[in-house]
Design a binder for this molecule. Structure first.
Ligand SMILES: Cc1ncc(COP(=O)(O)OP(=O)(O)O)c(N)n1
Ligand SMILES: Cc1nc(C(=O)O)sc1CCOP(=O)(O)O
Ligand SMILES: [Mg+2]
Length: 239
C-alpha cells in the first residue's frame, strides 16, 4: 500500500473556482518544502457533474500529482480513479460500500494495492469501515463549513478522538479545518487533515499549503497503524 500523506487537498469545483491553479500552487509549495510525499490530492467534483467532467479534471490532476510525487485519489467515482491511474479512492455513506469499493479498486494494479478511504462519523461506522478494508478514515465534519451542504452537526475534536480511539488506521479530520485548528485535531488523534477552503479560499494558496504542511508535521503520528493487509507505514518510517 502506498504510504499516506498527512495533508489531503480536495479539489474545489464550485462555480468560479480554479482547482488546477490551486493544485499547481499547492504542488509547488509542497516541493519547496520537500514535503510532496505528505500531500494527497483528492479529486472531488460536485454531485451534479457528469462522469466526463470528473474524468476531464482527474485526467489532468493525476499526471500533475505523479510528476510531483504526490498521491492522487478520486472521490466517489472509482471507475474514474481506475481510468486515470489514481492511487485509489474515497467513499462515503452514499457511495459504494467499502468492501465493494475494494473489489472495484483491487483490479487497479496487483503490484500496488489501491488506497481506499472511507468516511466515518462515529466509532461504530469507523470500525465497520476498517473491517471492510478501509485504509484510512475521513472523520468529520469537525467544524462548521460553508463548503458542503447537508452535513450533520460538527463533531469537534472530541468526535475525532472517539473515532481515532476505536480504530487502528489513520484518521483524517475534515470539515472547517484551518491551520489554527490543526494542533487540536492532531492532539485528538488525527493522523492528518483534509481541506478544501483552507487552501482554495486563501489569498495565497501556496502559502496556505506551506503552513498546513508545517502544521501537520508538528506532531508525530500517534501510533503505527495496522490493518488487515499488513503494517501501515507512515512516510519516513522505513521499509
Ligand atoms: C478525507 C475525506 N473525508 C470525508 C469525505 C466525505 O466523503 P462523503 O461522505 O462520501 O461525501 P462527498 O465528499 O462524496 O460529498 C471526503 N470526501 N474525504
Ligand atoms: C467534502 C466534505 N466532506 C465533509 C464531511 O464531513 O464529510 S466536510 C467537506 C468539506 C470540507 O471543506 P472545508 O475544508 O472547506 O470545510
Ligand atoms: Mg462520497
Amino acid at each position: 500500500m502506498p504510504s499516506l500523506g498527512r495533508l489531503h487537498l480536495i479539489t474545489d469545483t464550485r462555480p468560479g473556482r480554479d482547482p488546477l491553479g490551486v493544485l499547481r500552487a499547492a504542488l509547488s509549495a509542497a516541493r519547496a518544502a520537500s514535503a510532496v510525499d505528505q500531500l494527497v490530492v483528492q479529486v472531488r467534483v460536485e454531485d451534479s457533474a457528469t462522469d466526463r467532467e470528473a474524468y476531464d479534471l482527474a485526467s489532468r490532476v493525476a499526471p500533475l500529482c505523479a510528476e510531483a510525487g504526490a498521491t492522487c485519489l478520486v472521490n466517489d467515482r472509482l471507475h474514474v480513479a481506475l481510468a486515470v491511474g489514481a492511487a485509489g479512492g474515497h467513499v462515503g455513506a452514499l457511495d459504494l460500500p467499502v468492501d465493494a469499493a475494494r473489489r472495484v479498486l483491487g483490479c487497479a494494479a496487483p503490484d500496488r494495492p489501491a488506497l481506499l478511504g472511507a468516511t466515518a462519523r462515529t466509532p461504530e461506522a469507523g470500525r465497520a469501515a476498517v473491517a471492510a478494508s478501509a485504509d484510512y478514515l475521513g472523520v468529520g465534519p469537525c467544524f462548521a463549513t460553508a463548503t458542503k451542504d447537508g452535513l450533520p452537526a460538527p463533531i469537534g475534536g472530541a468526535g475525532v478522538r472517539a473515532v481515532a480511539d476505536a480504530v487502528g488506521v489513520p484518521v483524517v479530520a475534515i470539515g472547517g479545518v484551518t491551520v489554527e485548528r490543526v494542533p487540536e485535531l492532531l492532539a485528538a488523534g488525527a493522523y492528518g487533515v483534509a481541506v478544501v477552503g483552507a487552501v482554495s479560499n486563501a489569498a495565497d494558496p501556496a502559502r496556505a499549503t506551506t503552513e498546513l504542511l508545517a502544521a501537520v508535521s508538528e506532531a508525530p503520528p500517534r501510533h503505527a497503524h495496522r490493518h488487515s493487509k499488513g503494517p501501515f507505514r507512515p512516510e519516513g518510517a522505513g521499509a
